[in-house]
Design a protein. Structure first.
Length: 173
């Protein structure tokens, strides 16, 4: 499990990147965290909605569980992806992702009827980006999200996030 941060177009640094292409638009990302012990990189503000994208670059379905508050599934989008032979490191990840159906993909990538309400777990299928809207409104503090497959949890497929009131955000820069 990797957390990604957008790489500015002006940033000329080299190294492993994830590129996401949607038609004529390409966004570059860099992995910023991979293990539970890595520094927290998500700081949702209490009371404000955020859109999270969960990208699956494996051939397995992952049920992702988010602690604290329920969320709404907004979209399931099919993707094709390529990872070079040396593209996966401990933290680093290189991949080329293209929005659109992969020729070998047989899934529908639709929001099922049972996913239309508030959820605390969402399945992220192979060759898919799932977009969710999440709003933490009651408690500030350190929480986590993780894959709900026990063996994946045991192998560190979880990450922390820290919810905080908006008044504290100026101190996080």
């Amino acid at each position: 499990m990797r957390e990604l941060a957008v790489v500015d177009d002006e940033d000329e640094t080299t190294g492993p990147l994830i590129t996401l292409t949607d038609g004529d638009h390409t966004t570059r990302y860099r992995a910023v965290a991979a293990h539970f012990e890595d520094t927290a990189t998500f700081f949702p503000m209490l009371g404000q909605y955020e859109i999270w994208q969960l990208i699956n670059l494996t051939d397995d379905t992952h049920p992702i569980h988010i602690h604290l508050d329920p969320f709404q599934v907004l979209a399931r989008r099919p993707i094709g992806w390529e990872i070079p032979d040396d593209g996966i490191g401990d933290l680093d990840l290189s991949a080329r992702i293209t929005l659109g159906r992969d020729p070998d993909d047989e899934l529908d990538h639709v929001i099922d009827a049972n996913e239309r309400g508030l959820k605390d777990t969402v399945r992220v299928n192979p060759h898919e980006i799932v977009e969710i809207a999440v709003r933490f409104h009651a408690y500030s503090g350190r929480y986590m999200y993780h894959c709900h497959i026990l063996e994946h949890e045991d192998r560190d497929m979880m990450r922390p996030f820290v919810t905080m009131p908006p008044e504290l955000m100026p101190f996080m820069a």
